[in-house]
Design a protein around this ligand. Structure first.
Ligand SMILES: Cc1cc2nc3c(=O)[nH]c(=O)nc-3n(C[C@H](O)[C@H](O)[C@H](O)COP(=O)(O)OP(=O)(O)OC[C@H]3O[C@@H](n4cnc5c(N)ncnc54)[C@H](O)[C@@H]3O)c2cc1C
Length: 509
């Protein structure tokens, strides 16, 4: 990614079509433009030269160039982008370390502990929850520990259908390496092109084909992690009754408990074909029932998602659009089930349009921000019986708060991941920016997060906790849960150098 304040490859940037511009003005009152600053203000490097030398002696480079620091200054939430667009790079690390292998990662953690340097593990840098925004107060400095050089396929076991890959491997490279062996991971989040396997594991990521392949954490059979108190190697069988599953402590730990260096992953034979078709349902409720029937009684497609009325209308359709993804062969059972629940087939065109647009959407956000609009997403999950209440409560909170600020929004939603017992709801919000869009979004997000918890749902299904969800996460797990996590943190990272303030509040915060 070349500009820290934008998504992806500048060559793929998109312009807003005129009709979208007109709609932004007429429906949302968006006026003028909000160009991004040409350059960002970096804080001075605080790390003393002797500490930088100590990192280099530990077997890593330590890059203090402005370009490297800016490229690691933030994740890719709208708040991150807004700060950088305003020229603010205050969260940039003092140095970027790119260790060559797991041993060098462990050595870096020892140096960081000795010199009390905060370490931010950095995969693809696509966090949308402030997962890279570590607290720096009380530390000598902060370094980004970029895992880009840990990018090898260590081995494949075709008998067990597992593969060992290093944590810095990005999505496309993982698929390319596995394709050579006839396998696929089947993990395709929208951030696929840039995010890494370590990041997927550390945030419990979920891809578009989760109905068929499961979430990323379902694929993790074993892992290696470096912690300040030593290395951890877990997972010598697909399942074990040897005590609590320690893999689960690293999955979703967002760099606060250790740096994941290697993953043993379940792989599957590559399908010969993948097809995506559209189906129309009269309402979100009827469509939800169809998805529930497939999730509970099968047959289960690999991709299963349903847009609400507003999201469907914005895409130019009517009713509620469902996208069904199948591998290898059409499944008459899926068609029959969808028809039984009131679905009408729309053919392959909507499926193709969805697939084509999927990786373009983040570029659209940049164009919307340039045009003076605010665009952001949030997600949650709940049990099927509570889904309608959570859906209504989050929409009401977003619409109420933003309208109260004088910027009535457009709120779109889809069901993005399904389970026998429930599903994930993914909301997209577009509105006009106020003079302080960071504060504007924070108010809307806080209201939505309160509504999520009040409706009995979880604060996040797949984006993770980071710093943004911290207060709501603590409410969700309660004081006993927080004390358990704190005890783990104290055991593996007694100096508290690993991603301070992410997942758990910094002590004394
Ligand atoms: C446009 C866009 C679309 C997205 N779409 C999806 C989606 O479809 N599904 C989904 O699940 N998420 C999605 N995300 C969120 C994000 O891409 C995921 O959370 C992803 O898993 C992060 O991977 P990463 O390698 O970029 O991690 P980073 O952003 O670099 O890091 C994320 C967190 O994990 C920690 N971390 C990273 N690597 C390691 C490691 N090796 N060991 C320990 N800790 C580590 C970091 O310190 C940080 O706290 C999207 C984000 C964007 C911007």
């Amino acid at each position: 990614m070349s500009s820290p304040a934008r998504w992806g490859d500048p060559a793929d940037a998109v312009a807003l079509p005129d009709e979208v511009r007109d709609l932004l003005t007429s429906a949302l009152g968006v006026r003028g433009t909000r160009p991004a600053a040409d350059r960002q203000m970096l804080p001075p490097v605080r790390l003393p030269a002797r500490v930088i030398d100590a990192f280099r002696e530990a077997g890593t480079d330590a890059d203090t160039s402005a370009d490297a620091r800016l490229a690691h200054a933030a994740g890719k939430s709208t708040e991150d982008l807004l700060r950088l667009r305003a020229g603010d790079a205050a969260d940039a690390p003092d140095a970027v370390l790119r260790p060559a292998g797991p041993d060098a990662v462990a050595a870096v953690l020892r140096v960081a502990t000795t010199h009390r340097v905060a370490v931010v593990p950095f995969g693809g840098g696509t966090s949308v929850v402030g997962g890279l925004r570590a607290v720096r107060d009380g530390f000598t400095g902060v370094v980004a520990l970029d895992l880009a050089r840990l990018d090898a396929l260590v081995g494949v076991d075709p008998v067990s259908r597992t593969a060992i890959l290093q944590a810095g491997v990005r999505g496309p490279r993982a698929e390319e390496l596995l394709a050579g062996e006839g396998f696929t991971l089947g993990h395709f989040p929208q951030s696929f092109r840039y995010a890494t396997l370590g990041g997927f594991a550390a945030t419990r990521s979920s891809g578009q084909a989760s109905a068929g392949y499961g979430r990323f954490d379902d694929m993790v059979l074993g892992l290696r992690a470096a912690t300040p108190t030593g290395d951890l190697e877990i997972g010598r069988a697909p399942r074990s009754a040897a005590g609590p599953d320690l893999r689960q402590l690293l999955l979703g730990s967002e760099g606060a408990f250790g740096v994941i260096t290697e993953l043993t992953l379940r792989v599957r034979p590559r399908p010969r074909t993948r097809s995506y078709t559209g189906w129309s349902f009269p309402t979100f409720e009827t469509g939800s029932r169809a998805l529930r029937a497939l999730a509970q009684d099968g047959p289960l497609p690999t991709v299963l998602r349903l847009s609400d009325e507003t999201e469907t209308a914005v895409g130019g359709g009517s009713g509620c659009l469902a996208i069904i993804g199948l591998e290898d062969a059409p499944d008459a059972g899926v068609d029959a089930r969808l028809r039984e629940y009131g679905g009408t087939p729309l053919g392959e065109e909507p499926g193709k349009a969805w697939l084509d647009g999927r990786y373009r959407a983040p570029y659209l956000r940049d164009a919307l921000l340039d045009a003076g609009a605010l665009a952001e997403t949030l997600e949650t999950a709940t049990f099927w019986h509570r889904l309608p209440q959570t859906y209504a409560a989050v929409r009401d909170a977003l619409i109420g708060t933003l309208t109260g600020l004088g910027t009535p929004p457009l709120v779109l939603c889809h069901i993005s991941h399904v389970y026998a017992a429930g599903a994930s709801l993914y909301f997209t919000v577009v509105t006009a920016q106020t003079d302080d869009p960071v504060a504007q979004w924070r108010a809307a997000k806080a209201a939505a997060a309160d509504a999520i918890l009040a409706s009995g749902a979880t604060i996040t299904h797949h984006h993770g906790v980071g710093t943004d969800h911290g207060p709501w996460y603590l409410r969700e797990i309660g004081p006993v849960g927080a004390a358990m996590l704190r005890a783990v943190k104290d055991a593996v990272d007694p100096a508290g150098i690993l991603n301070p303030g992410v997942l758990l509040p910094q002590t004394g915060q």
